[in-house]
Design a binder for this molecule. Structure first.
Ligand SMILES: O=C(O)Cc1cc(O)ccc1O
Ligand SMILES: [Fe+2]
Length: 432
């Protein structure tokens, strides 16, 4: 339906009306048709060229023309770091999916923060939100000035209208919305999913090292929209998340009035089925970093502010190998979600377990891994090549402890018996 331009971080250009995009300069004295030029910067002007990110937007009115924002207090579940709930538990946590609300609830109203780290004020760390919605954003747009949004739909296709164009994002896809970009989410039914709000360095493709020039998420499979605008002179509510609080103002027109744009900042979507999954063809279960789709680096090399990692369908062929994820204590903290199917570290469990729409959190240095049933099966398995099918789990992995919110700690969706999945392991028997 919508048209897209392909590539990740390309210098794109697009015009919805022929002649709207200036040629050969960014800010002509009089842009075509009386449009206004606006630079949209998500890196400092002086960042090295390879990391410099900005686009030029040509819009019907300057963004500046609006009344003052007023503090919006209704949405207390939409939180930001620092998350202050004390004490931060070292316990492994797992949650059932959020129920889709019965009251009309849009994407912004339906956002519930489960945890976060770092600080919106210093621009480091992430927040992890889950959304459950049943209504489209109507004459309402949202922007997070606090971070970029990585959206992982689990149920229901999202129709994202953004200042730079429109995208359709069904479950199995992800979307990236740049920091500060205004967008609206339209849905045709119940919608549920996960959001990583990244306060730090924007997500980028990971280096490939010895993998070579190709593999994992290939740049050409990312899709950015083409320019699109609506000429609507009616009230629009504009909700802005700024330093952890929600602010709102009303425009007398649609903010989707960008007629043309060019640059290397743009929203995009990516079909996770395009991920070129690489794994062991000899022995041993590789570290899950081999499944990194996108990474937000921190200032310590190889130690991400956030890695976005997926566990898609794949062949398992490793010989003499315990094939599921191994037992693990990690300096990095791991938040997981499940889009569909079963995860290979957790056996299906009557009335609970790790289910689509649910989530788990294994924080710094705390042991986790396959449950007892998965372990028993994997140790007894006939190691013929086998394909793991119908599954899509993912992880937001961060160098900082992901501090759960009060909501996450107290919600009835939290499984208070999670530890039990690791009980009943037979003890090793040493020689007499
Ligand atoms: O389930 C997890 O905890 C994520 C994970 C997966 C894997 O294949 C190896 C290590 C790891 O932490
Ligand atoms: Fe892990």
């Amino acid at each position: 339906m919508h048209r897209y331009q392909t590539g990740f971080g390309n210098h794109f250009q697009s015009e919805a009306v022929e002649g709207a995009l200036p040629v050969g300069r960014n800010s002509p004295q009089r842009p075509a048709f009386g449009l206004y030029a606006e630079q949209f910067s998500i890196s400092a002007f002086t960042m090295p060229r390879a990391e410099n990110m900005r686009s030029w937007l040509y819009r019907m009115r300057p963004t500046t023309s609006h009344r003052a924002f007023e503090l919006f207090t209704a949405l207390s579940r939409f939180e930001s770091a620092p998350i202050t709930h004390e004490p931060v538990t070292p316990n492994r946590l797992r949650w059932n999916p959020l129920a889709v609300p019965e009251e009309p609830t849009d994407f912004v109203d339906g956002m519930v923060t489960f945890g976060g780290n770092g600080d919106v004020g210093t621009g480091a760390g992430i927040a992890i939100h889950l959304y459950a919605a049943n209504t489209s954003m109507d004459r309402r747009v949202f922007q997070s000035s606090d971070g970029e949004l990585l959206i992982v739909p689990q149920e229901g296709t999202l129709h994202l209208d953004t200042e730079m164009g429109r995208m359709e994002v069904p479950p199995g896809y992800i979307a990236l919305i740049p920091r500060g970009m205004r967008f609206a989410v339209r849905i045709g039914g119940p919608a549920r999913g996960y959001v990583c709000e990244n306060y730090g360095t924007p997500f980028r493709l990971p280096d490939l090292g010895p993998i070579g020039a190709n593999g994992l998420a290939n740049p050409r499979d990312f899709e950015a929209p083409v320019a699109w605008f609506e000429d609507v002179d009616e009230p629009y509510e504009w909700v802005q998340k700024f330093q952890g609080r929600l602010w709102s103002t009303t425009l007398d027109h649609s903010p989707f009035d960008v007629v043309a744009w060019h640059g290397n900042v743009a929203p995009c979507r990516y079909d996770l089925a395009r991920f070129n999954t690489i794994g062991s063809i000899s022995f041993d279960h590789p570290d899950p970093s081999i499944f990194t789709v996108l990474t937000s680096p921190s200032e310590i090399p190889g130690t991400a502010n956030c890695d976005f990692v997926i566990f898609p369908p794949r062949w398992m062929v490793a010989e003499d190998t315990f094939r599921p994820p191994w037992f693990h204590r990690n300096v990095m903290s791991e938040f997981m979600g499940l889009v569909h199917g079963e995860y290979d570290a957790k056996a299906k469990q009557e009335g609970g377990g790790f289910v689509p729409g649910g989530a788990s959190l294994h924080n710094q240095m705390n042991g986790h891994g396959p449950d007892a049933e998965t372990t028993r099966r994997a140790m007894e398995a006939d190691l013929a090549p086998m394909k793991i099918t119908d599954t899509l789990a993912f992880m937001f992995e961060s160098r900082w402890v992901i501090r759960p919110t009060s909501f996450a700690m107290t919600t009835a969706a939290r499984q208070d018996d999670y530890d039990d999945c690791w009980s009943g392991f037979p003890k090793a028997r040493l020689p007499e």
